[in-house]
Design a protein around this ligand. Structure first.
Ligand code: 26V
Length: 835
């Protein structure tokens, strides 16, 4: 393509002429690699483990993204078309290299270039640290969304925080979780571009001051604030083979001045430097998702920092083009709030529009209410965010004024609709009154948004019937469902290349951008030859995982075992304990000589417990203790293994899901909003054993009852039983269960560690156990027995496996993003003049 000369932006700025596209050949990639490795990074010797090899490959790939990135920006900024800002405190990106090469279409060329140097792309990719800027499902969902939006050509920008320390690393020491900091930036993050020119200032503290402006209008100003600088770092998000490169903009906090000169001059050198730390602390660390982390002031600072910097960013670009005319702002913008974490954006947009841009309340509210959309990701009451009014008054006084005003007007609306219904007003108020008045962030998000969605059919129904019932009655049209998904580019094409190749050979490669095409595999489910190839792929992936397990735990796993996997955050509602009880039951059966018919099984459990979540940490310890006894028993050899997978993260899942055969999705019904691991496993041919919870319900509908191992109480049954639940009676009436409990309670798994199992036993035996673990024991064990017998019939199992993959089409984030776009965003796709 010739260089263009007509790209001046109309602002008087001269834009750099576009260079011709870089060639995508192995030769060109090798040449660029050599340049970066030798000249820019200043290295000469090629050592397989060197991080500089990886960095040089990234620079070569990044060069090829740059031109596409600039073109995408021009296409979206030029015509002033509508765009979405996806606001999220978490983006769990994992590694970026493999995905970038795949989407750019230069995997083979890069492989070849490296081979000429005697290097394997695999090893280079493994050198990349995970960008672990998220806890789990919610953060990984945001990352999958970005991939799908870029691939669909939707102008969506991710806005997040550039935490210096991401999700902690987990080490297992004598069965206990030990946390280690994740200093993922230590060797640099070669994907990011710092854009200091777009830095914004974010205020904290101070007070509100009323004044009359030149036009005689009453206005408010936020004065005497402490200010923090927000510096954006941009990460390119390439679409698949379409020339689109979207942006993830991550904000990093810095002191506005290197130090506070007043304090410095007063002689307090350390105070001056300390206030610099205060500013930089804001983006220091990702909060682990746990109830005990709720209410921390630093977390509120993070939330406001993200919301304010991101909104200012968009308003800045708006006023560059439109001055102070906001009349069409709402036609061009939409803000998707990933849970309530960035919900303060509702009040911040009001503040910016009124205080900084001079709009009246009604005009500002009209804009806010037609640009904000909120996604709820949990029904657990402890995860519903509330902030003390007092903390807001101290930290964000002007925002508190605005929230009070929003509430006052909202309450007027309610009392017009339901005159005299004071109870309803109390229930729906944005402020929960009491000795410590609190702001209900979910209600702020609902009142300030035009759309509220849940993340799976069941979850969305439970929201409108339960938690948000009053609001759904008031605004029925606001509430909708958008079932989650995962991107098949990462979760099949990149992480399971042998299965991807097999599928592509059978049905072509259309599935990479249209997952519904996997349906065509149905016709091959009983094809003997295809089945053989399918099994060979699974076996190779099991071998690969077995090597990884052995290197990480020292335990060998026979690859003819049924790989039974549960990986996800450790939480009581996800019931890793139930899985452990089943492991003990199998152990007991083998020991009592009743296990000869059992299929050999490797039970793999992995996940992190929030550092302050004591019960979840106990669960890890207990699983490890049970594992130690089982794995040391010669009777169990090649028949039963229980393995705790340490430091589970995105990259681990890329190795685990291709090898999994049975996917454990065993949460208490009504507690898991959706689940997305369930979808990754299904796509890779694992069969689900699960409750009717979250997206399991839709997975089962898609694949058919006969290809899903269902067990457990339903949401309605659980609600009925509550109050009469009697775990002791259940245990006493079930011989298998009784034996399992006696083994645990006799100290069999903690001979020299008294008390280790006490809390866990207590929770199982507790009539008030919210997770009702004991209630589902029998049906879980029975469903496991069905899985066991299905596995014995190789053809049957393989058929089920193929059908699971074939039915995973609806669980692509391409579908999810199309649904968001059709129902909420209404974006037009990016039109690049040329690729
Ligand atoms: C809560 C907190 C509270 C303390 C501070 C840090 C923090 C971080 C996150 C959260 C809420 C997490 C909610 C969540 O992760 N929900 C999951 O969202 C997935 C994507 O929609 C869904 O598949 C899972 O079922 C749901 O548990």
């Amino acid at each position: 393509m010739p260089a263009r000369t007509d790209t001046s932006s109309g602002t008087g700025d001269i834009e750099l002429l576009q260079a011709p596209d870089l060639p995508m050949t192995a030769d060109a990639i090798l040449k660029d690699f050599t340049h970066y490795f030798g000249r820019m990074l200043g290295r000469r010797t090629i050592r397989t483990k060197s991080p500089f090899l990886y960095q040089a490959v990234v620079y070569a790939a990044r060069d090829r993204l740059m031109e596409r990135w600039a073109r995408t920006r021009m296409a979206t900024e030029r015509d002033g078309s509508r765009r979405v800002a996806y606001l999220s405190l978490e983006f769990l990106m994992g590694r970026l290299l493999r995905n970038a090469l795949l989407n750019l279409g230069i995997e083979d060329e890069t492989t070849e270039a490296l081979e000429r140097l005697g290097l394997a792309l695999e090893d280079v990719c493994d050198r990349e640290q995970d960008a672990g800027l998220g806890n789990g499902g919610l953060g990984r969902l945001a990352a999958c969304f970005l991939d799908s939006c870029a691939t669909l050509g939707l102008p969506v920008t991710g806005y997040g925080i550039r935490y210096q320390y991401g999700m902690f690393h987990q080490r297992i020491e004598n069965g206990h979780q030990v946390e280690e900091p994740d200093s993922w930036l230590r060797e640099g993050f070669p994907w990011e571009i710092e854009r200091i020119e777009f830095a914004r200032t974010v205020h904290f503290g101070g007070r509100t001051s009323a004044y009359t402006d030149d036009a005689g209008r009453d206005r408010f100003a936020w004065v005497d604030t402490q200010d923090v600088l927000a510096i954006p770092f941009d990460v390119p998000i390439p679409g698949y083979h379409n020339g689109v490169v979207n942006t993830l903009r991550l904000w990093s906090a810095a002191a506005t001045d290197e130090f506070d000169l007043d304090e410095f001059n007063a002689g307090s050198y350390s105070e001056a430097v300390a206030s610099k730390n205060m500013a930089e602390n804001i983006t220091m660390v990702l909060y682990p998702n746990a109830a005990n982390e709720n209410g921390q002031e630093l977390r509120l600072r993070q939330q406001y920092f993200l919301a304010s910097a991101s909104l200012q960013d968009l308003l800045h670009f708006w006023t560059e083009d439109h001055g102070e005319d906001f009349s069409s702002f709402a036609d061009r913008h939409c803000f998707q709030l990933n849970d309530t974490h960035p919900a303060i954006a509702v009040a911040e947009l009001m503040r910016l529009l009124m205080d900084e841009h001079g709009l009246e309340w009604d005009a500002a509210w009209q804009i806010t209410r037609s640009t904000m959309a909120y996604t709820n990701h949990t029904l657990l009451p402890e995860a519903l965010e509330m902030w003390p009014v007092a903390m807001f008054r101290r930290l964000l006084p002007r925002l508190l004024d605005i929230i009070y005003e929003i509430n006052a007007r909202f309450i007027t609306e309610i009392s017009q609709r339901w005159p005299g219904d004071n109870e309803r007003i109390q229930r729906m108020s944005l402020i929960q009154e009491g000795s410590e008045p609190m702001i209900r962030m979910a209600y702020l998000a609902i009142v300030g948004s035009f759309s509220v969605n849940g993340v799976a059919e069941l979850h969305s129904q439970l929201l409108t019937r339960g938690l948000f019932r009053d609001f759904a009655e008031f605004w029925p049209g606001k509430f909708n469902n958008k079932t989650n998904g995962v991107t098949q580019r990462r979760w099949l094409a990149a992480c399971n290349r042998s299965l991807a190749n097999l599928v592509t050979t059978a049905i072509g490669s259309g599935w990479v951008t249209d997952l519904s095409q996997l349906e065509q595999l149905r016709g091959l489910a009983d094809d003997a030859e295809f089945q053989d190839s399918w099994r060979a792929v699974k076996l190779a992936n099991k071998v690969r995982l077995a090597h990884d397990l052995e290197s990480k735990t020292g335990l060998s796993v026979a690859t003819d075992m049924l790989f039974d996997v549960q990986v996800k955050r450790i939480h009581e509602y996800k019931r890793q304990l139930l899985n452990m009880l089943h492991a003990i039951h199998l152990y007991d059966r083998i020991r009592r000589g009743d296990g000869d018919d059992l299929v050999p099984r490797a039970i793999i459990i992995g996940g992190k417990a929030a550092p302050g979540y004591v019960m979840a940490k106990n669960v890890i310890k207990c699983i490890n203790n049970v594992a130690r006894v089982i794995n040391a028993d010669p009777l169990m050899h090649e028949r039963l293994r229980l393995i705790f997978y340490p430091d589970y993260n995105v990259s681990a899942m890329e190795l685990i899901c291709p090898a999994a055969e049975l996917s454990e999705q065993i949460s208490t019904a009504g507690k898991e909003a959706s689940g997305t691991g369930n979808m990754k496993f299904m796509m890779n041919g694992a069969i689900t054993i699960g409750t009717l919870d979250g997206a399991n319900v839709e997975i089962r509908e898609a694949v058919g009852d006969e290809n899903f191992f269902l067990f457990g109480l339903t949401v309605d049954e659980i609600n009925e039983i509550r109050g009469q639940y009697d775990p002791k009676a259940i245990i006493d009436a079930d011989d298998d269960f009784g034996r399992v409990m006696r083994l645990i309670e006799s100290g069999h798994f903690n001979r020299f560690e008294p008390g280790v199992f006490d809390s866990v036993v207590r929770s199982i035996r507790e009539p008030a156990d919210s997770w009702m673990t004991a209630a589902d024991f029998r049906s879980f064990v029975d469903a496991q027995a069905e899985a066991d017998s299905a596995y014995k019939d190789r053809q049957r199992w393989t058929r089920m496996s193929i059908l699971n993959c074939a039915s995973s089409g609806p669980f692509s984030t391409d579908r999810t993003m199309s649904d968001y776009n059709a129902g909420i965003w209404k974006l037009e796709t990016i039109q690049l003049g040329h690729k």
